[in-house]
Write a new protein. Structure first.
Length: 254
């Protein structure tokens, strides 16, 4: 693929991604771009610490259906080391090299062995990042049957630095589009009083209710009341979840 064709393909993808009405439409466009660049499969895992209900594997195409069903039913994302390693990395890396990047737990090693046994083959892990700590992982894989994984020292034209940079840029745009679409589905953030915002800000800094009372010059009972109101408005039951959810809604600095 020539550079001019790459640029045209990239622009076409961006247009489709930005016009998408649902996350699956974004990743269908990304899958087509990946296929144009020599990859056969694509998966996407979204991680939002403030909204666990929308976190996890949310798109997968080209993988064995039985494997995907098992991955979801058994919540294998918990022990899949590739996405979590990628979300703390800056550069793409091959799935099979995850053990070189960090020590794997026994459960993670067992997962990788099971993935290989299920015909997982090899591919590339691509990290993506979004607002308010919303990270993501995109996996682009080769067709393990039709095109066996190449040796690690011979990645071929599909994995040139230029091609992977283009795909990483495209997937970063895709992740931001998905974040925007998910934001549009969320209810409006609750309205907080000025004092509730102050209490929340000090909670985010790890201060106890008595400490906050001393800082604000009010009684501990008053702070307790504000904290209970915050719990009710944010629909949470503890301090950590309260701060995390507030950060996810943009009510306090993360």
């Amino acid at each position: 693929m020539t550079m001019s064709a790459d640029a045209c393909s990239f622009r076409r993808f961006v247009t489709r991604a930005e016009a998408a009405a649902a996350p699956d439409e974004v990743w269908t466009a990304a899958l087509e771009l990946a296929r144009e660049n020599g990859f056969a499969r694509l998966s996407y895992l979204h991680h939002d610490p403030a909204a666990p209900e929308v976190s996890g594997l949310s798109f997968a195409s080209g993988f064995d259906p039985d494997w995907i069903r098992a991955y979801l039913a058994e919540d294998l994302a918990r022990v899949d080391p590739v996405p979590w390693t990628a979300m703390n990395a800056a550069e793409p890396f091959r799935w099979t090299r995850v053990g070189e990047l960090r020590a794997l737990s026994q459960a993670e090693s067992q997962f990788m062995a099971r993935f290989r046994a299920a015909g997982g083959g090899d591919g590339v892990a691509v990290p993506v990042f979004g607002p308010r700590q919303r990270r993501g992982y995109v996996g682009i894989g080769h067709d393990a049957v039709a095109a066996p994984a190449e040796p690690a020292d011979a990645p071929g034209d599909r994995e040139t630095p230029e091609r992977l940079r283009l795909l990483q840029a495209a997937f970063q745009i895709a992740h931001l589009c998905v974040c925007r679409l998910l934001d549009a589905r969320l209810p409006s953030p609750p309205t907080l009083s000025g004092r509730e915002r102050e209490v929340l800000a000090w909670m985010a800094r790890g201060k106890s209710n008595p400490a906050i009372a001393g800082i604000l010059g009010c009684s501990a009972h008053t702070v307790d009341t504000h904290v209970r109101r915050l719990y009710a408005k944010l629909d949470v039951g503890d301090r950590i979840t309260c701060v995390v959810r507030a950060a996810g809604l943009g009510l306090v600095a993360a």
